[in-house]
Design a protein around this ligand. Structure first.
Ligand code: SAM
Length: 314
């Protein structure tokens, strides 16, 4: 089924990457912030998508009324409907509704909570018509690090954590964070239903992660003190936010990154998503470890920090 995803505009590249990491079809078209592609799986786990539609048609503004008059609205209709317009246009919802109304047997309108929501997006001289499949309105605010019982300044915001987990492409199996800190990735992956494993060199962080994970009612987890540069077992899905606080000295930092990457080369049998600070020579280090960058995204945090999110596959 052709669908379109209304992407979060804050970082379009990342939003698109997240969808493509979870869909089989890699053939897609991006019009403004609408990503059109073939998909039949329910993807309500996406963090950077606002809503998902079945694509009905694409036309021009000039041809719109003609297209609406000829389209089989009955085929897509269930119980009741409403029309919604997105972006600027001089047409109103009522203008379009009257034509749709004429094409449905015993039509019922429901503006508040319709079973069928026909929506029109006016973008770049085109009109993209879709039927709403579902909206993604996960409330991430309540899981912000400031509400964790053991919160820590290094904690990543839950929406971003979830996006990075999705970039690993995990659909089932174990999710790993090799440097889990206070447990941000593990909380999100655990709430998504995966069995989660976290390692950290610092015993206090291990304890913190454990308390935080339990706080969110996650049962299927393991956290333990472990040096990430010395993990021995194979890993299929991993996301790790490398330490880059001021306390981690430059020389020491690059050594830790390289040791971690060299070990990753030995143990990775799937996809790893690694977060580097932009001021690190991450490309050089990845090459030195004999690994290859599959995808790369930039996320601006503040004027001295941009995160580099690197996807590595083996
Ligand atoms: C940036 S924090 C991770 C934050 C985490 N993503 C979160 O949202 O809470 C990095 C963590 O790496 C740990 N660390 C540093 N070197 C390590 C190593 N060699 N092995 C395992 N953990 C390490 C630090 O103790 C720190 O807790």
């Amino acid at each position: 089924m052709k669908q379109f995803f209304v992407l979060n505009q804050e970082n379009l590249d990342l939003s698109k990457g997240e969808v493509l990491a979870l869909t089989i079809s890699k053939k897609c078209k991006l019009i403004d912030n609408l990503l059109i592609l073939d998909n039949k799986e329910k993807l309500d786990r996406l963090a950077m998508t606002k809503s998902i539609y079945k694509l009905l048609f694409i036309t021009t503004q000039k041809q719109l009324i003609k297209k609406i008059k000829s389209f089989d609205w009955q085929k897509e209709y269930k119980e009741n409907f409403r029309i919604r317009l997105h972006h600027f246009t001089n047409l109103t919802e009522k203008d379009l509704a009257k034509y749709v109304y004429e094409k449905i047997k015993n039509p019922k309108v429901n503006l508040e909570n319709p079973t069928t929501s026909y929506e029109f997006f006016f973008v770049k001289n085109k009109v993209i018509a879709g039927k709403l499949l579902y909206e993604l309105n996960e409330d991430f605010k309540l899981r912000h690090p400031q509400y964790w019982p053991e919160h820590h300044p290094s904690g990543m915001k839950p929406r971003m954590s979830r996006c990075l987990i999705n970039l690993t492409g995990i659909k089932k199996g174990k999710f790993y964070d090799a440097m889990c800190g206070a447990g941000g990735f593990l909380i999100e992956a655990g709430l998504m239903g995966f069995s989660v494993v976290g390692y950290d060199l610092d015993e206090i962080m291990v304890r913190r992660a454990e308390i935080n994970i339990k706080h969110f009612g996650i049962k299927n987890f393991k956290v333990k003190k472990q040096d990430a540069t010395k993990i021995k077992h194979k890993i299929k899905y991993l996301a790790t936010d490398l330490p880059y606080g001021k306390s981690t000295r430059k020389l020491n930092r690059n050594e830790v990154y390289l040791a971690f990457l060299k070990n990753l080369k030995k143990i990775l049998k799937g996809t790893a998503v690694i977060v580097f600070p932009d001021f690190s020579p991450y490309k050089k280090l990845i090459k030195e470890a004999n690994l290859e960058i599959n995808r790369e995204f930039s996320v601006y945090i503040h004027h001295t920090l941009t995160r580099k999110i690197v996807v590595i596959k083996q």
